[in-house]
Design a binder for this molecule. Sequence first.
Ligand SMILES: *Cc1c(COP(=O)(O)O)cnc(C)c1O
Length: 369
Amino acid sequence: MNTEIYVTRAALPAMEEYIEEIRSLFSTHRITNMGEKYHRLTLAIGKVLNIDNPILLSNGHMSLELSLQALQMKGEVITTPFTFASTTHAIVRNGLTPVFCDIREDNYTMDADRIEELITDRTCAILPVHVYGNVCDVEKIEAVAQKHDLKVIYDAAHSFGVSYKGKGIGNYGDASIFSFHATKVFTSIEGGAVAVRDRKLGQAIKYLSNFGITGEDDIAAPGTNAKMNEFEAAMGLCNLRHFEENRRARAQVWMQYQDMLSGIPGIVLPTVPEDTVYNFAYFPIRVIETRYGENRDELAVRMRQESIYPRRYFYPLTSDYRCYRDKYDSGCTPIARRTAREILTLPLYPGLEREQVERICTIIKKRKK
Ligand SMILES: *Cc1c(COP(=O)(O)O)cnc(C)c1O
């Protein structure tokens, strides 16, 4: 029986390293509400991501939800349906209306050439996703946003450690949010961060994450609880020490896939984006049924039979969710629709061994045709 291989595996430090990091918490008893670990991690994340004032929160989703709340917007938000549930939920949970824009065929990010045709007098913001760590067309998006006076909030949940043209990815747009969930390239168990252009916006998000409390007897907004606790921050501090080493290990697996899978008819491989320091977060392939001889789901079934569990990131489109499909105009997003049908994300994490990558690639090469 072959060992099971999942799409990802949470990065963990040596147990002793984590124990050393949390030791002081047992004498201070200060285990949450912006303690010592939280402040140290905030500084360290700022350095690694090359951003000025990161705000660390309980998870990526709350980072997104609170960014939208702090911007106090009304109306429509142009976004992508080719993403995780969180992106669209954050819009809807703020009383805003998602308007779905199609994606680019080459890197699956929002097609910036299709944004303007979706703008109405109710549009307040653009919410693109740097999906798989691929950088959106930030220049074009910025230009459209300036012309129409719109806010830009990037879902950078996949983009920890990514830089574009020498700048940390969090420096683009009015706000960018990161996820430190266990499945992401950098993890604090659960956790997230917001990078903002305007310090006041950052302060507003911080207050909202702690019930809107601005002073001992002053509550300024109907906030929520989205604080990162000290055990999570400690995990973040440990994992951050190994981030570059993990990035290199990911790059190695990524290149092994490239080598072993190149030239298979009907299998479209991802490419390393230009001008980008990449994080090798995912290895999404597209399965073109007419050329490969099998569709994506048939390939996934064959892999599962061999105890390999790739994921259909992202299927279905969020605009096709039962809670949304009859409610919002799912618009015209033919490329997103086709991609959702063809995409398969292969296992990728530091520690995935060469033999395991070979086992996965052998199954993909053995197509029916
Ligand atoms: C993981 C993810 C989120 C949410 O992050 P959490 O930390 O799990 O709340 C948001 N958007 C995208 C695209 C994600 O993949």
